[in-house]
Ligand binder design. Structure first.
Ligand code: GRF
Length: 216
């Protein structure tokens, strides 16, 4: 098998998507290894969990770089390079990125967003999905580009919106699909099966990996 891609997961909080990626990467045939978990918050719950798996962790606290997002990102970039990282997976990393980090990792940095992009960019996606009355909601894994919650879409997972839903019940249903599509998307990227043409990602080489996942 080709060398597994050294992947960093960037978090700010509980890290359930991080967990899903770590679990997938326990399989030696998975094309990525989680080589670093980096948080901008020293108290992120995910750090402890990553350490329990024996994964190196790092904290780059954005509060140490007041008013200077790029200086913060330069430090993040330095830590990524120190760990010989090849791919970056943002998993609830709550920082708006500047062009510096985005350009440094073009087509090598992916993000998960809890909505079917390009609908509902930004925060409070489940509240807004309910307000708008959509019947299908879901999650998207995409390459990171200069615009927030934008960039070529790799995998999407859809869930139904049910009549009795609250933002919390809907969020829980979406989170379940997040945990399925993120490992799938990282596998596609790490195995070199994605091709980006403009806004479009096509996948090749493995008929069994459906690039779009509809659930249930
Ligand atoms: C997820 O809903 C993800 O889509 C969004 O932030 C949340 C992070 O949750 N970007 P977790 O830390 O992975 O549990």
């Amino acid at each position: 098998m080709a060398q597994r891609k050294r992947t960093a997961v960037l978090i700010s909080g509980r890290g359930s998507n991080m967990n899903a990626l770590i679990s997938a990467a326990l399989d030696p045939n998975y094309p990525a290894e989680i080589a670093l978990v980096l948080s901008n918050r020293p108290d992120a719950a995910g750090l402890e969990r990553a350490a329990r798996f024996g994964i190196p962790t790092a904290v780059v606290d954005h509060k140490d770089f007041p008013g200077d997002r790029e200086a913060f990102e330069r430090q993040v970039d330095t830590v990524l390079k120190d760990h010989n990282i090849e791919l970056v997976a943002l998993a609830g990393f709550m920082r708006i990125l500047t062009p510096f980090l985005v350009n440094a990792w073009t087509n090598r940095m992916i993000n998960i967003h809890p909505a079917l992009l390009p609908s509902f960019k930004g925060l409070a996606t489940h509240e807004r999905a309910l307000e708008e009355g959509v019947k299908l909601h879901g999650a998207t894994v995409h390459f990171v580009s200069a615009e927030m919650d934008d960039g070529p879409i790799i995998v999407q997972g859809a869930v139904p919106v049910l009549d009795g839903d609250t933002p919390d019940t809907l969020a829980a249903r979406v989170l379940e699909v997040e945990h399925k599509i993120y490992p799938k998307a990282l596998a596609l990227v790490a195995a070199g099966k994605t091709k980006v043409t403009g806004a479009r990602v096509t996948t090749r080489g493995d008929e069994e990996v459906a690039p779009a996942l509809i659930w249930p």
